[in-house]
Design a protein around this ligand. Sequence first.
Ligand SMILES: *Cc1c(COP(=O)(O)O)cnc(C)c1O
Length: 236
Amino acid sequence: MNVSVTLESRFRDVEARLEAACARSGRPREDVRVIAVTKYVSAAKAAAVVQAGVRHIGENRWPDAKHKWEALNGQAVFHYIGSLQTNKVKDVVGRFGYIHSLDRLSLAEAIHKKAETLGIDVPCFLQVNVSGEPSKHGLEPERLREFIRELRIFPRISPVGLMTMAPLEAEPEQTRPVFRSLRQLKEQLNRDSGMETPLTELSMGMSNDFEVAVEEGATWVRLGTVLVGKEEIEAN
Ligand SMILES: *Cc1c(COP(=O)(O)O)cnc(C)c1O
């Protein structure tokens, strides 16, 4: 099968679904940006995705992302979407435009330190465990306010918004309360946490549930399987 034709038809299908979800919720299509998650595909496929016009690439492990980053550096903005170990921060900060998984102060400190040596600010999403599943990473919603206050000692960190992962549901509609809660948390924090810069972004929605996430206010959807597919990856 011709890879680029497959990609093209996937892109067209996702675009139509995004437009419909925006229309249903009265949102302008340009308020929602797409991160193509390339963790299941080769560097060649990731390059084809960028070639096809996607500017934002998501990866969740540095060792797997390394080749793609080296090949595509400058052509795409990389988003770090996986849980981030403190000892990997040195590889990620400076290479990834956004970190979606800030969920603890020790990580914030490591990101800040590395950013300070590079003289850059790092836009970060605070990952929230809205659903409360023990298997999921992320801050408890009740911790957010205090966490944001504590982050002030790390001025190289720019909190831009909140991120969550909904439980995998057979019926995507069941994820709606999780996404709605994340939006409400953002609104609440903007009202009463005394931040200088309000949180503007919501990173939520994956292949299984992105339309519901868009209806509930997602500004970034993270799409792997539905947009770029999955392949057996040879060591690359
Ligand atoms: C893998 C991954 C995605 C994309 O998953 P799909 O269901 O294939 O779209 C999105 N977000 C995170 C955090 C991921 O780890």
